[in-house]
Design a protein around this ligand. Structure first.
Ligand code: ADP
Ligand code: ZN
Length: 434
């Protein structure tokens, strides 16, 4: 039996959702035009006024906002209300450059926490659960978002923040955590550490994990599920629109329902900006329909994914987005071929290797080089060099089949690749460093 936090919205009819979106968009555009001079100028440049926006069908008339705009307008240029009405700021983790700050009114925080509560309930959470939040607390949105959602659901919340893995495990075992919230790479590390301490999957009380904030593959999901004995749910979000909870997975685990009453999603061609029909792969663009502090319209996320309105067995009617396969700026172009780190992760896990890997790209004599460092588990480790070489060759073959280009694989000793407690650093592109 599916559980909902706000069924009247999560399972609303299409007509009802469109009605809500139309009403909110018209109001929001007027509000932004009147209160955010930076965006008003962009609208003026495009010759659009609030009167031109009568329903969601008119949204394509509005200008896009990009990360560059956010940096230019830093810190207050996109503020949508008086600073005195704001109660919080959060900031991006700065994965791809200068940090961005976002502002929240109390209402913004409430809606954000509702979104996270929807995600927790979709993962089976109730007030009987013990929810261990080991996303970072502080400026990063992961900890505060899931913390707020967990309170709303009434779970016993463990505000662990990230790091100190021994203490994470002690609390998990002593207090019987049933839901684990963290990045998938940290979940993999916790699972590894539990096994090292001699715990089996059935020794913990966990039933679900809510993992997001970075790309992860289906293979990684299955690996974590088996090692922790749980069902692992994806959650997505970004600081610019709120934080985690913009979309979340239900029990079907086939994509994340976008909270459409708060965020309107479009998929565009990243080259031309043209809006693409449902089912096309492209860049995700979000419009915050009711954010007060930081009301971004048509914000280009640079995340590449696909939207689907296929009926979901959970009963939710909100559109689903596929797992983002990475950001457009995570995409590596190696010898002219587009490569996403997630493709390499898929191969590694399918071939039975650990999710501890690093990709190094460089340019030697005007040719791109791709080196993949993959850590062996103690079971896989062998002293016999020829055996390792054979394994490396096999993996190189599998990567070539997936990517269409060659890579040099280096199998490394156990525990030689740094573990992540937050977002994992998977790629070192030395070409960008020169
Ligand atoms: P930063 O851009 O500095 O990492 P954020 O902490 O706001 O700042 O991270 C938001 C980004 O994290 C998203 O745009 C997306 O690229 C990535 N992300 C968040 N959740 C997921 C997820 N479930 N799967 C893949 N990527 C995700
Ligand atoms: Zn569903």
């Amino acid at each position: 039996m599916a559980n909902y936090y706000q069924p009247e919205i999560e399972c609303a009819s299409r007509e009802e959702i469109v009605r809500i979106q139309n009403e909110k968009l018209v109001k929001q555009v007027r509000h932004v035009y009147d209160n955010v001079p930076y965006y008003r100028h962009l609208m003026e440049e495009k010759g659009v006024t609030p009167d031109d926006i009568r329903s969601i069908d008119d949204i394509h008339k509005l200008p896009f906002l990009t990360k560059a705009d956010l940096r230019e307008a830093y810190p207050y240029g996109l503020l949508g209300t008086d600073l005195k009405n704001c109660v919080r700021i959060q900031s991006t983790s700065g994965t791809t450059g200068k940090r961005v700050v976002a502002f929240y009114t109390q209402k913004d925080i409430d809606l954000w926490e509702d979104c996270c509560a929807r995600a927790i309930v979709a993962a089976g959470g109730t007030n009987e659960d013990v929810c261990q939040v080991c996303y970072g607390y502080g400026l990063f949105t992961g900890g505060p978002g899931l913390n707020g959602g967990s309170h709303k659901v009434g779970c016993l919340t463990l505000p662990m923040s990230s790091g100190n893995t021994d203490r994470q495990i002690q609390f998990m075992m002593d207090l019987g955590s049933t839901i684990l919230c963290c990045t998938p790479s940290y979940a993999a590390f916790i699972a590894e550490t539990l096994a090292e301490k001699g715990y089996k999957p059935e020794d913990n009380k966990l039933k679900a994990g809510i993992f997001g904030a970075e790309p992860w593959t289906e293979e990684m999901r299955r690996d974590i599920e088996a090692k922790l004995g749980i069902k692992a749910y994806d959650i997505y979000g970004l600081t610019e629109t709120t934080g985690p909870g913009v979309s979340f997975e239900c029990e079907e685990q086939t994509g994340m329902h976008i909270n459409e009453d708060h965020f309107y999603a479009e998929i565009i061609d990243p080259e031309t900006g043209e809006v693409l029909p449902e089912g096309s792969k492209g860049e995700l663009v979000f419009t915050s329909l009711d954010k007060e502090g930081f009301p971004l319209l048509r914000y280009r996320t640079r995340d590449i994914c696909v939207l689907s309105r296929k009926k979901c067995s959970c009963g939710r009617t909100h559109v689903k987005m596929s797992k983002p396969m990475g950001r457009s700026d995570d995409m590596l172009i190696i010898r002219g071929v587009n490569v996403f780190p997630s493709q390499i992760e898929t191969v590694l896990l399918n071939e039975g290797y650990s999710p501890n890997y690093q990709i190094v790209v460089d340019r030697v004599n005007n040719t791109d080089t791709l080196d993949v460092y993959v850590e062996l588990t103690p079971d896989q480790f062998s002293d016999i060099i020829s055996e390792n070489q054979k394994k490396e060759k096999a993996l190189e073959g599998a990567i070539r089949t997936m990517l269409g280009i060659g890579a040099k694989v280096h199998l490394t000793d156990p525990k030689t690749i740094a573990r992540s407690e937050g977002k994992a650093v998977r790629v070192i592109d030395k070409r960008k460093l020169v």
